[in-house]
Design a protein around this ligand. Structure first.
Ligand code: GTP
Ligand code: MG
Length: 137
């Protein structure tokens, strides 16, 4: 697949790191297809992360993800999903490789700066959660 979905999370937007992170994404060869700044309600965060609803951190995650603005984006590059997950690094910033976005910008396993879709199917579903067809250039 040649597209993935990402969002810069409230910790990184709040720390004024949107520009630095977007620069890393472009320099890694991804083209920004769609981008905006918005904020999730708790209910919409719950829908986005419904796959995690049985996990112990679900409520905290929904509170956190609705706590401030986010910057969702659709990105294009060959092998987008896999290459983007390499660029962001492990979920837990303590385990993220040096030079990855989470290594550089994440604050904790929850406030971990950025999301990256885990499959082509989910990239499409997640992109459509935020963007209408005519916004995906
Ligand atoms: P995403 O790209 O955001 O989906 O992260 P991921 O695929 O690396 O991790 P996963 O899908 O397993 O978890 C989704 C999000 O839940 C993570 O990015 C964290 O923000 C949060 N999360 C994951 N594990 C934990 C945990 O053990 N505790 C807490 N508080 N939050 C967690
Ligand atoms: Mg995930």
């Amino acid at each position: 697949g040649n597209r993935t979905f990402t969002m810069i999370k409230p910790d990184a937007v709040g720390a004024n790191n949107t520009g630095a992170i977007t620069k890393m994404i472009e320099e890694a060869g991804f083209r920004i297809v769609a981008m905006k700044k918005t904020q999730l309600t708790k209910e919409r965060a719950g829908q986005f992360y419904a796959i995690h609803k049985e996990r112990p951190f679900y409520k905290d995650l929904c509170d956190y993800m609705s706590s401030g603005p986010i910057v969702p984006m659709i990105l294009e590059k060959a092998n987008a999903v896999e290459d983007f997950r390499k660029l962001i690094g492990a979920t837990d910033p303590k385990k993220a490789e040096p030079g990855t976005i989470r290594n550089l910008f994440a604050k904790s396993i929850e406030a971990n700066a950025i999301h990256g879709s885990d499959s082509d199917v989910n990239a499409d579903i997640e992109g459509s959660f935020f963007f209408a067809g005519q916004e995906k250039y």
